[in-house]
Write a protein that binds this ligand. Structure first.
Ligand code: URA
Length: 465
């Protein structure tokens, strides 16, 4: 038995180095035991063979498909103790047959894909549900949050907070490891307990005010209350303290409904989203509501890692009340499929939420929203973005880009690289699918370029989460 020791639970570099040495020495997976840290009285200690029979660390290399590396980077953060061994088993297969990592029917690949997905989801939950409390420091205010992830994701999730709260001094305490940002550097210290984190502060008040303002039990649909946020996160989120109070104050008719649903409310992000959407249905912020059939709000999972922003609903969307379901939406779906992106995992919305059109006989012809309409409707996009906080956003076309960046931009100058939206989120820009329907010259090349943009964004997403 060969014993390989990794420095920490999420030690990807250590695993990669060990796996490379084992694979070069052709050690079968069942002859390797993996452990993290050097625990005293370790069960494996006596079983360990000399590791100096293996090629030296940093010795000869071999290459594996990028897809395997991304999979392994995520799976390493899973809490399943078998992960190191499962990945090594797949590595040996991939060395024989590089395409085996793409074989979605293979039970091992499937199991690892599910693990990677759980890890990505846990990272996203941390991004979305961490709430900082302010504490007075000797030099500057500091912000401290407590979080309990399911997997070993804290190091992987921390750079997001460094980017988003770059000018703050903050700490995130978790049972396994704590991370700190001093405005310049991320550092670590050992895990903490919940009691180490402070309770209550002005940041809570901001959240509570916001939440109370958008919570309207009369407009809630029980079926729309989602179960995404496990109850264990409730304690850390100040706005959840209001749920009981707000529900108690509702009128009897609503209270009855809410009483029934109280146990079913799995996540206040969903409650908030349902409230915002309901508000948007009655929007009169610009004159477009007069002619449109209805507000077409965004849709998709609230823990989506990717948000697509289009221009405005078209004729079919206006009638159905759902974004991107007409001809542009169908082309968009095809391109997403060709780029390997799952639309159902993304949140899809528009910069302007009412259909703007001119009547020609019986037909309603799309007409471009103007700056005033885009600016008025940004309110709703900001509400959606505030709730989802997507790590990655894609502006489809100039209207979406104008809304997200707060200024007029040209697609050609911004395409193919990341930018920062006015709210700080990483944002990519590409053409609108309806451009591809309209364009006459080089139609196929333009379509291929669009797919290429989407595929690059898909790759970027894997790096970010
Ligand atoms: N075009 C858009 O920008 N959004 C839609 O929902 C449909 C077409």
């Amino acid at each position: 038995m060969q014993l390989m020791t990794l420095a920490q639970e999420d030690d990807f570099d250590g695993w990669r180095d060990a796996a490379r040495r084992l694979a070069l020495a052709r050690v079968p997976a069942q002859e390797v035991a993996w452990r993290v840290g050097a625990a005293a009285g370790d069960l494996f200690a006596s079983a360990a063979l000399e590791t100096n029979a293996l090629p030296a660390p940093g010795g000869p290399a071999f290459s594996v498909p990028r897809a395997f590396v991304s999979l392994a980077e995520s799976v390493i953060c899973h809490n399943d103790p078998e992960r190191f061994s499962l990945l090594y088993t797949l590595l040996l297969r991939v060395l024989e047959q590089p395409r085996s990592v793409d074989d979605a029917a293979d039970p091992l690949v499937r199991r690892l894909e599910v693990m990677a997905k759980n890890v990505r989801r846990d990272i996203h939950k941390m991004h979305a549900f961490v709430r900082f409390r302010e504490v007075e420091g000797a030099y500057a205010p500091r912000f401290v949050a407590w979080f309990e992830p399911e997997h070993h994701i804290v190091r992987a999730a921390a750079p997001f907070f460094a980017r988003r709260f770059a000018s703050m001094h903050w700490s995130i305490l978790t049972p396994e490891v704590s991370v700190h940002w001093d405005g310049e550097r991320l550092t670590e210290s050992p895990g903490a307990t919940r009691a180490d984190a402070p309770d209550g502060d002005p940041i809570e008040e901001t959240w509570k005010t916001y939440y109370a303002s958008i919570f309207n039990p009369a407009r809630l649909k029980v079926g729309a209350m989602v179960k995404e946020m496990p109850r264990k996160y409730w304690r850390n989120m100040p706005e959840t303290a209001l749920v009981g109070e707000l529900i108690a104050g509702a009128q009897a008719r609503e209270a009855q409904m809410v009483d029934r649903s109280r146990d079913e409310i799995g996540g206040n992000a969903d409650v908030a989203w349902a409230g915002i959407r309901a508000e948007a249905m009655g929007c009169t912020r610009c004159p477009l509501y007069r002619d449109g059939t209805q507000t077409v709000f965004g849709e998709g999972p609230l823990d989506a890692l990717l948000m697509f922003v289009g221009e405005q609903p078209g004729d079919q969307e206006d009638l159905a009340g759902r974004p991107f379901i007409g001809p542009a939406g169908q082309l968009f779906d095809r391109a997403l499929g060709d780029a390997g992106i799952d639309r159902s995992a993304a949140y899809v919305t528009n910069a302007v939420k009412h259909f703007k059109f001119e009547r020609r006989g019986k037909r309603r012809i799309h007409s471009k929203p103007d700056g005033g309409e885009i600016d008025a409707c940004r309110w709703w996009l900001e509400q959606e973005r505030g709730l989802l906080r997507p790590p990655l956003t894609v502006a489809l076309g100039a209207t979406a880009a104008r809304s997200l960046f707060g200024k007029v931009v040209t697609i050609s100058s911004m395409r193919g690289q990341p930018h920062q939206a006015r709210d700080g989120g990483e944002t990519w820009v590409t053409v609108h699918p309806s451009f591809l329907l309209r364009v006459r010259d080089n139609k196929e090349e333009e379509y291929a370029r669009f797919v290429e943009d989407l595929a690059r964004i898909g790759e970027r997403l894997k790096e970010l989460v």
